[in-house]
Ligand binder design. Structure first.
Ligand code: BGC
Length: 729
């Protein structure tokens, strides 16, 4: 067990406070409501949206422990920062009137920056952050997100998503760090470290929340909130390690899987929420339900016979706080369950201890005001610059036939396609609004791809397209214009979405996008395909005919500028795909596939493999050296490799180290990522990189479900180099 350590000073305070609390106060701590419960419906968009009587009722009478979300303006849109500060101040002041003055923890989805604070720095989404293969950027994103959340007076961030993105249809794929366990764990823990620092009671730090524990991301049919069937070995190999890493990195809150695994809803899963999370992973923080998911054990899953039984099942399984969120039913029902002896007080004390622990550790008891000034902490020049670098390093150059790219700024360019002139399509969900699709609320000073190209070419560009993603594009006009121009930038992809609203029946691109592409190819003009969107939609036919392909995914607010910088060569691309890009809708084979998936006629043949990504320069690796050719079981392996920029431009390169266990008692992937480093090299420059592969890199989940290391031969692969070593008893 690798328990998170406890701070005796905090434990003493928690103990003392708990001993003074009534049962009602305790059950209240476990209750989280949506802010709409305590606001005036007609006043959502006003300076002071609260209904004071309702706020006081929630905090003083129901003793609620937490509030979430932005006021329900049209689509819960982002609020000005000063408004947030006064709103959260009112919450603090109201809590200060309560008998024990226990602060309310205010949570928000700041998944790529402070989503619901107007003008906040909004980063590339997680899928793009993964494509940077740059831990430092993820760390800085965490720092900036925490700072902007705290400057808004908010306390707690429902981020990062530690689900592994192994089902490309899933509409939340882009909220993950991609298909690889090691990459996701690395980027996620870097985010947490930046967000929480060593001490998240600091004015500019805030607790992170790992979500959605566990197995949420792997619905068998690809639709959000539908069943996953994950055997224990697969769970332990692929889905648990990210959470384990997040817990080790100090995350103290975890949100529960909204769906079900192997027939057990996440919120009812004692084995996951208690046996594994507490017993094995040593998690000492608290778990929060996902949205309305406790009552859904009754209304949706038909597992509980009543809402009351649903509360009992969830609390006894290990859910510590309920995101109810629209009423106080959880409070009433849980109180009744404890009074009738069906839920022991000890379980309530356990949950409340965990919640108070996080509140103390977050410094909430010592903070009567948002003590982080807006000036110097919110939308700083430095944060914008880091965001831009993140966007630049997150865009994948997938194809560059005859080096068509970079373009010269004097080229006559036609820009067309449904994603060319929108900010929303580059940002995705959780941007200003939940679905991120309200283009009219986006900051006008940020540039779409079209606007950024226009700026670069001093206006030497023609646009054929609509105002909205849905607008039909006049193909005839696009063809006529293409004939008059040197090159076509064709921007395709998805509209924004998240959660169930993004469910899809096929990864194919909408037909009109194919029609537009076909008509443009027929002109014979070179086409550069640019894509935006959260999933690898099937582009094979188009990509094969395009001269160049640049995969943008969701690069955030600086995405337009970053994409243009790459198209014109002001930035040398360095991103690598964090997912395998499928060639066909049903050909979903991931990079870390088993030998049998590449046996006889089976093959891993995606359109672009995991970690694919071109540069305007070239890199080669050489001189792979293992410090040891034999190590004892449990020892680390040290290796080094030289990486050289053999091209003519300065560039960044992520060097990836893969491992293969040559023979094992459970079949092992043909290769699995175990380490990476990103370097910045001038033309002709060589750097020697040193890596340490810890013993766990050689481990796997054995026949008896325990993590083991088996003696035998292993193969290390870096670039086109490989070497073998032996693990001995
Ligand atoms: C989502 C979570 C989110 C929560 C609160 C849920 O619907 O699944 O990811 O944190 O809402 O907004």
């Amino acid at each position: 067990m690798n328990a998170q350590s406890l701070d005796p000073a905090i434990e003493a305070k928690v103990h003392d406070l708990l001993s003074q609390m009534t049962l009602e106060e305790k059950v209240g701590q476990m209750t989280q409501i949506d802010v709409s419960v305590v606001t005036v419906p007609q006043a959502q968009d006003s300076e002071q949206p609260f209904d004071i009587a309702k706020l006081e009722q929630a905090i003083l009478q129901y003793h609620i422990g937490s509030i979430l979300n932005a006021p329900a303006t049209p689509d819960n849109k982002a609020q000005p920062i000063e408004r947030w500060r006064s709103m959260t101040q009112l919450v603090r002041d109201t809590a200060a009137k309560s008998r024990l003055k226990i602060p309310v923890i205010y949570g928000i989805d700041a998944i790529h920056g402070a989503t619901y604070t107007q003008d906040a720095v909004l980063f590339p989404q997680a899928i793009n952050m993964a494509a940077t293969f740059n831990r430092d950027l993820s760390f800085k994103e965490g720092e900036i997100a925490a700072r902007e959340v705290k400057a808004s007076g908010l306390d707690w961030n429902f981020s990062p998503v530690m689900d592994i993105g192994r089902q490309p249809l899933w509409p939340r794929l882009w909220e993950t760090y991609g298909e690889d366990v090691y990459l996701a764990s690395s980027l996620g823990t870097a985010f947490i470290e930046g967000h929480q620092g060593g001490d998240y009671s600091a004015a500019d730090k805030a607790p992170a929340c790992l979500k959605h524990y566990v197995g949420y991301s792997f619905p068998i049919n690809g639709k959000d909130r539908t069943p996953a069937w994950i055997g224990e070995r697969m769970l332990r190999e692929y889905f648990l390690p990210g959470f384990e890493a997040g817990i080790k990195a100090g995350a103290m809150t975890i949100m529960v899987n909204s769906a079900e695994v192997d027939g057990i809803p996440g919120h009812a899963n004692y084995q996951y929420l208690t046996t594994i999370l507490r017993g094995e992973l040593g998690f000492t923080g608290f778990t929060v339900s996902d949205w309305e998911d406790i009552v859904r054990l009754y209304t949706r899953d038909k597992m509980a016979a009543s809402p009351r039984e649903a509360v009992k099942i969830a609390v006894m399984a290990g859910v510590d706080m309920s995101m109810v969120p629209f009423n106080f039913s959880f409070y009433d029902l849980l109180l009744d369950l404890v009074r009738s002896g069906e839920v022991p007080v000890a379980r309530i004390d356990e949950a409340v201890t965990r919640i108070l622990r996080v509140k103390f550790a977050s410094g909430l008891f010592d903070r009567q005001q948002p003590d982080l000034p807006v000036k110097g902490n919110f939308v700083t020049a430095e944060a914008n610059a880091i965001n831009r670098q993140a966007a630049e390093e997150s865009i994948v150059l997938a194809k560059n036939h005859n080096n068509l790219l970079p373009l010269s700024k004097t080229t006559n360019i036609l820009v067309t396609g449904p994603t060319a002139n929108l900010l929303s399509v580059m940002n995705g969900g959780w941007t200003i609004t939940w679905q991120g699709d309200q283009e009219q609320f986006y900051p006008q000073q940020k540039l779409t791809l079209l606007e950024a190209i226009r700026q670069k070419t001093k206006g030497k560009v023609t646009y054929v397209g609509g105002q909205r993603y849905q607008d039909e594009i006049n193909i005839e006009q696009a063809v006529t214009e293409a004939q008059k121009h040197d090159v076509v930038v064709l921007a395709l992809g998805e509209n924004t979405y998240t959660e169930t609203l993004g469910n899809l029946e096929t990864l194919n691109l909408p037909f009109p996008q194919h029609q537009l592409a076909r008509a443009l190819f027929a002109t014979g003009k070179p086409v550069i395909l640019v894509t935006f969107g959260g999933r690898p939609r099937i582009i094979t036919e188009i990509a094969e005919q395009a001269q160049a392909v640049v995969l943008g995914f969701l690069p955030g607010m600086e995405g337009g500028v970053a994409m243009a910088d790459i198209l014109f060569g002001d930035v040398n691309p360095s991103a690598k795909l964090p997912v395998s890009y499928p060639r066909n809708t049903n050909d979903i084979v991931l990079y870390d596939h088993k030998p049998i998936e590449a046996y006889e006629t089976n093959q891993y043949r995606p359109l672009y493999p995991f970690a694919h990504g071109l540069s305007y320069t070239q890199f080669s690796s050489s001189g792979l050296q293992l410090e040891q050719s034999r190590i004892k079981r449990g020892e680390a392996l040290h290796l080094s490799v030289d990486v050289t920029n053999t091209g003519k431009r300065r560039g960044k390169e992520a060097v990836l180290v893969y491992l293969h266990d040559v023979a094992a008692s459970v079949t092992r992937p043909l290769k699995q990522l175990k380490a990476f480093q990103k370097v910045d090299l001038k033309p002709g420059e060589t750097q020697t990189l040193h890596f340490e592969l810890p013993a766990e890199a050689m481990s796997f989940i054995g026949v008896d479900m325990q993590r083991i290391i088996e003696p035998g031969e292993f193969k290390v692969m870096v670039g086109n180099q490989s070497a073998v070593f032996t693990v001995t008893e």
